[in-house]
Design a protein around this ligand. Structure first.
Ligand code: NAD
Length: 380
């Protein structure tokens, strides 16, 4: 069986799906691994290192895609510069494992089904203990949360830690993290390591203990409705709950030097939490990092990929933060994919037991059909 590793064509994508260490593990298992020439270059993994790990380096992209039984990628398939769509390069019956953005790009999923590709969307791995080592959403969100704090620290015209110096005492920076999921918790931990005083808010009350265990204060808002959906994700809440949340966090936003927002509701536009009025109340020089900028933004006025200045407050809308740390992002993503590939391939054969929650939850297309109900609903 041939495992193919494609070079990413998405603008700004520096990650690679497998690193040499994971290649050697698959080769030891008797699998053949083909890596597109230069696939790891942007993440500092040279072709020579893949070759030393037992991979075959392939310079003809179309040949690699056509021949691969299992093609591994980071970004969803897209149209290439030569006008060909990556999905059309796969042979019928091939398997693709990648981020697929199934709810944001149902048309792309339909295309995979029409091509009779068995496609696994890595973002759909169940958030269970059993599937933890395949959970690329978490591995990449952790990197993103860490980087968001560093970006905020670099943009802040102040120190993070409290300092007592001969030139006077410096008060620690105040950081407010909104959304304490995987990314938010790593943002909190990083801000704490840098010496900031940290507060955090999340609509899921269950995260209070995790926030406190990192040395941050949890901002509590009592809502009269259920805020947690299946799988532990946040629900979209009513307008009344949104209003109450905004009133409760306004004071904390006002007093913060840095606000980092990470709030997401899967399959929905990101909730708007920080309003223009709140920004106007912040001290000039303060910084907001809106990690949800690409999903519509948690903060009014944020723009994906841009720094916007409003009333002296810098609002940063970073995109694809994991890709800015391609070495560890690729290492962790590769480990997630390795575990999934090893789970799927038994004795050199792809084995699909749709009774298994990991396989049924993650497999989006198979045998010409879109298997995911939410994508089917979107396709109408
Ligand atoms: P996410 O990226 O979907 O959202 C980020 C955070 O934003 C979440 O904590 C969410 O509650 C919060 N949020 C959403 N709407 C909000 C609002 N209006 N106001 C404030 N906060 C809001 O979340 P995630 O990091 O992917 O985590 C989702 C769930 O999966 C969590 O329950 C997490 O504990 C769980 N999880 C479990 C495992 C595991 O068991 N292996 C692994 C990872 C995550």
């Amino acid at each position: 069986m041939k495992i193919g590793v494609a070079k990413e064509v998405e603008m700004g994508e520096r990650r690679v799906a497998l690193i040499p260490d994971t290649v050697s593990r698959l080769v030891k298992q008797g699998l053949e691994v083909w890596v597109e020439a230069g696939a790891g270059e942007q993440a500092f993994f040279a072709d020579a290192a893949y070759e030393a790990a037992g991979a075959t380096i392939v310079t003809d992209t179309a040949h690699l895609w056509r021949e691969a039984d299992v093609l591994l990628k980071v970004s969803p398939p897209r149209e290439r510069a030569d006008g060909q769509h990556e999905t059309d390069l796969l042979h019928e019956g091939a398997t693709l494992i990648s981020f697929l953005d199934p709810l944001g790009n149902p048309g792309g999923i339909k295309r995979l089904a029409d091509r009779k590709v068995t496609a696994f969307g890595i973002e759909l791995i169940p958030r269970t203990s059993r599937a933890q080592s395949m959970d690329a959403l978490s591995s990449q969100a952790g990197l993103a949360g860490y980087k968001a704090t560093l970006i905020a620290a670099a943009a802040l015209p102040k120190f993070f830690p409290m300092l007592t110096t001969a030139a006077g005492t410096i008060a620690p920076a105040k950081v407010f993290v909104i959304g304490a999921g995987v990314a938010g918790l790593q943002a909190i931990a990083t801000a704490r390591r840098l010496g900031a005083v940290v507060e955090a808010f999340d609509i899921r009350p269950a995260v209070k203990e995790e926030v406190q265990s990192l040395g941050a204060k949890f901002v509590e808002v009592k809502l009269e409705e259920e805020t947690v959906a299946a799988g532990g994700y946040a629900k979209e809440v009513s307008d009344a709950a949104k209003q109450k949340t905004q009133e409760a966090i306004a004071e904390h936003v006002k007093l913060s030097d840095i606000v980092i927002t990470t709030a997401q509701v899967p399959g929905r536009k990101a909730p708007r939490l920080v309003t223009g009025d709140m920004i106007a109340q912040m001290k000039p020089g303060s910084v907001v990092v809106d990690m949800a900028a690409e999903q519509g933004g948690n903060c009014e006025g944020s723009e994906a990929g841009k720094d916007v200045i409003r009333n002296g407050v810098t609002i940063i809308g970073p995109t694809n933060l994991p890709s800015t740390m391609p070495v560890h992002a690729s290492q962790m993503y590769a480990k997630n994919l390795l575990t999934l590939v090893q789970y799927l391939i038994k004795d050199g054969v792809l084995t699909l037991n749709f009774e298994d929650d990991i396989i049924s939850g993650t497999c989006v297309t198979h045998a010409g059909e879109v298997r995911n109900q939410r994508v089917r609903d979107l396709l109408g």
